[in-house]
Design a binder for this molecule. Structure first.
Ligand SMILES: *Cc1c(COP(=O)(O)O)cnc(C)c1O
Length: 416
């Protein structure tokens, strides 16, 4: 904390949640989401200030020397530390139950920083086949060039993860639930497999956020985030974060960020801080809407199948209910017919936004086979379970009756 700042209610420093002595036990999730990490300045501001400064001044030459050589803690340059960014890091870290958080310029920068900080040429990754497209490209097209090889396996088949292990395997990487089909990984089982192999389990927690799922408590070593999605919640800024269970692992990621510079801007950190204040409320509302929409779609005659972990018909409903406190806002479904019928549903919407983004207050719809999965071959698409009639909804915060009515226009027109 900078000199002249007063600790407000609670701060997290190096993963230790310190609560004002007279306040007693650790506050609940929502309390931390609203208040953790804030360091109030001399002006007594109520909301977090945005520190738009690239560097910091020192009291004298000796202090400058001490700061530069890490003999004294404190700010030097905003590529490494910035008070607004640090407040975001501390708040997200306590929500994930981690020891150290590092904010990054984007979700992809979070994944890149994790890999470049912790892997070297000759190392091997085992990754879920159901990953965000840019993550697949990062592993194959970028890390591959630097001698880090990746084997992709089915998210849900534990034996496939085990048999893909090599002596050089250093990292297991997954998203759960997956997007768009909401397959659910058994995180404790995969953590055990990773640790037996002396590898780290990295979980991309974008779809659930810590409001619904805390992978570190389930045994994962690292959580990565695209703050762009639900942490912001209103589609305003690009950002990301890495949260580690161990301080030493986080320190390695921070050391990479300090050198390489994929840093979050203070303005974006401020937007995400305000997003975190309403995270639990929003995730609850997205989940209520998701459950309602999934049940409604499942009963619609034009819908062949719905993919949503909150449905009893979901093959891993019990596992999802064990690992997550709710099921979130991503609902995928297959309409009867194929691409033409799916496109008719998309094109009949008047309210829902036709865009690939998710985690927004505004509901969005995508046709994965021709957008997010449009550049892979039909065979690969079929293997991934992306049918031509599949649509993905990221349900927002509008009235759910309006969303249903918007979808009904196209669905009711399909011949069944
Ligand atoms: C969007 C997304 C990312 C990448 O995040 P950016 O902020 O766009 O860089 C990574 N993983 C998942 C699951 C995502 O949805």
């Amino acid at each position: 904390m900078a000199p002249g700042c007063k600790r407000v209610f609670l701060c997290v420093h190096s993963g230790v949640t310190t609560v004002d002595e007279d306040k007693g036990a650790t506050p609940g999730f929502s309390t931390r989401a609203v208040r953790a990490g804030q360091a109030r300045g001399v002006e007594g501001e109520h909301n977090d200030p945005i520190y738009t400064t690239s560097s910091y001044v020192f009291e004298n030459a000796a202090q400058a020397a001490a700061r530069f050589t890490d003999q004294e803690a404190g700010n030097v340059y905003s590529r490494f530390t910035n008070p607004t960014v640090r407040t975001f890091e501390e708040r997200l870290t306590t929500l994930e139950g981690g020891a150290r958080g590092i904010a990054t310029a984007s979700g992809m920068a979070a994944i890149l920083s994790t890999c470049l900080a912790l892997l070297k040429a000759g190392d091997h990754i085992v990754a879920s086949r159901s990953l965000f497209g840019s993550t697949v490209n990062l592993f194959n097209k970028v890390l591959g060039r630097f001698g880090v090889e990746t084997t992709f396996v089915s998210l849900t088949e534990l034996d496939a993860w085990k048999s893909a292990l090599r002596p050089s395997t250093r990292m297991l990487f997954l998203e759960s639930p997956s997007n768009p089909l909401s397959e659910v990984a058994d995180i404790p089982a995969l953590a055990a497999i990773a640790h037996e192999a002396d590898a780290l389990l990295v979980v991309d927690n974008v779809l659930c956020t810590p409001a619904l799922q805390r992978p570190l408590e389930l045994g994962a070593d690292i959580v990565v985030h695209s703050a762009t999605k639900y942490l912001d919640g209103q589609g305003r800024c690009i950002g990301g974060a890495v949260v580690t269970a161990e301080e030493a692992v986080g320190a390695e990621v921070f050391a990479f960020l300090r050198i390489a510079g994929p840093t979050m801007s203070p303005f974006n950190a401020w937007v995400f801080l305000n997003g975190l204040e309403t995270l639990a409320l929003r995730m609850r509302a997205h989940s209520v809407a998701g459950r309602e929409l999934a049940a409604w779609l499942e009963a619609h005659p034009a819908v062949r199948r719905v993919y949503y972990p909150g449905l009893e018909s979901h093959p891993q409903h019990a596992l999802a209910a064990r690992q997550q406190s709710d099921f979130g806002g991503i609902v995928a479904f297959e309409v009867r017919g194929g691409q033409a019928e799916a496109w008719r549903v998309v094109d009949s919407t008047r309210l829902i936004s036709i865009t690939g983004n998710l985690g927004d207050a505004k509901t969005t719809i995508t046709h994965p086979a021709t957008t997010t999965h449009g550049r892979i071959s039909p065979e690969e698409r079929a293997a991934a379970g992306i049918e031509d009639g599949l649509l993905r909804i990221a349900v927002g915060l509008e009235d759910i009756e309006d969303i249903k009515a918007d979808l009904a226009t196209g669905l009711d027109a399909i011949d069944v």
